[in-house]
Design a protein around this ligand. Structure first.
Ligand code: HSE
Length: 328
């Protein structure tokens, strides 16, 4: 099981941030930081791919040269929200090797490179945090790390992808077509730039691999988790489900087995009307945990969108003030 450490009372009075990406999440973080006075953290530079685009921030903030951020000694935190696997890995690993803390929201990158990221964290003594990478606004990663450290976590059951949950809600409760519901999810900034990542379950399985690492300390590559998305679900399926008082949801599940191993999968499932997950609608996510002493608990909140995701990044930045990090 993972655990968090507080680095011998060392405390950063000021955090100077280099931000990679100014899309839905990056801009959300920029605006959120402007409204947060208790945190002595400022964005010094933002690295973007496409210059010349009209953005709601001063032009001198932006650059296309990643080294301006990665080699700037004043910048002590790199935040990366570009959500492109290999370039994101390059940014995060260079940041750590250059003596900076790193915060990332790139689910695919983290799920695929977790062992290497953990090694880099150990090697450099810097922190790598990723609260925004799973369930966005729900503070589930840090809770799994801290709260359950001495408890026995029997099982987790969750909805971890906002877009598919949004699509299913719109299809089954508002009779929208799959295509229109997906379009709406894209317009609202929930869906990945390649929406098949959401629809076919890739995004959910990446997040599940990340959450399982924090829940059980087992670094599981997403390729080893059985999964399917909602690509084969049709409007008629809801009618059948509704008649029997069920919802259809894309559910991620994990259970600790008696031999210590963890069985995990992500699949569309019928969910009973009185199940906690049935309460999770639209872009919301939910996590139901069962553990020895705390018994059953339910975490709930927005799992996608600009400010909900930025809020998780903000909480990582805040935790970096006292050098918080996960230790495996
Ligand atoms: N596409 C993702 C989702 C965004 O719908 O959940 C948040 O990770």
């Amino acid at each position: 099981m993972g655990k968090a450490i507080n680095n011998n009372g060392k405390y950063h009075k000021k955090l100077t941030i280099g931000l990679f990406g100014f899309g839905v999440v990056g801009e959300g973080l920029y605006k959120a930081l402007q409204q947060t006075s208790s945190l002595n953290a400022t964005i010094k530079k933002v690295c973007i791919k496409h210059p010349g685009k009209k953005r709601n921030a001063p032009e001198e903030l932006f650059t296309t040269d990643k080294d301006e951020l990665l080699n700037d000694e004043e910048i002590n935190v790199i935040v990366e929200v570009i959500n492109e696997s290999e370039p994101a890995f390059e940014i995060v690993s260079t940041a750590l090797l250059n003596g900076k803390h790193a915060v990332s929201a790139s689910k695919k990158m983290i799920a695929e490179h977790l062992p290497k990221l953990l090694e880099l964290q150990k090697q450099t003594g810097k922190s790598f945090l990723c609260e925004a990478a799973a369930c966005a606004s729900i503070p589930v990663i840090r809770n799994l790390e801290e709260y359950y450290d001495n408890d026995l976590l029997h099982s987790l059951k969750a909805i971890v992808n906002g877009s598919t949950n949004f699509i299913l809600t719109k299809m089954f409760e508002e009779s929208l077509s799959f295509k229109d519901a997906l379009l709406l999810a894209q317009q609202l900034g929930f869906a990945e730039s390649d929406p098949t990542l959401d629809v076919d379950g890739w995004d959910a399985v990446n997040k599940w691999a990340i959450l399982l690492t924090h829940a059980y300390g087992i670094v599981e590559h997403p390729d080893n988790i059985v999964f399917s998305g909602i690509q084969n679900i049709q409007s008629g399926d809801a009618l059948v489900a509704k008649e029997k008082h069920y919802d259809i949801k894309l559910v991620a599940q994990a259970k600790k087995l008696l031999n210590g191993k963890v069985a995990a999968f992500v699949l569309p499932q019928f969910v009973k009307a009185d199940d906690h997950l049935s309460f999770v609608k639209n872009e919301y996510n939910g996590v139901v945990l069962e553990s020895s002493f705390a018994d059953k608990q339910f975490f709930y909140g927005k799992g996608a969108g600009s400010f909900p995701t930025a809020s998780a990044v903000l909480s990582d930045i805040s935790a970096l003030r006292y050098n918080y990090r996960y230790e495996y």
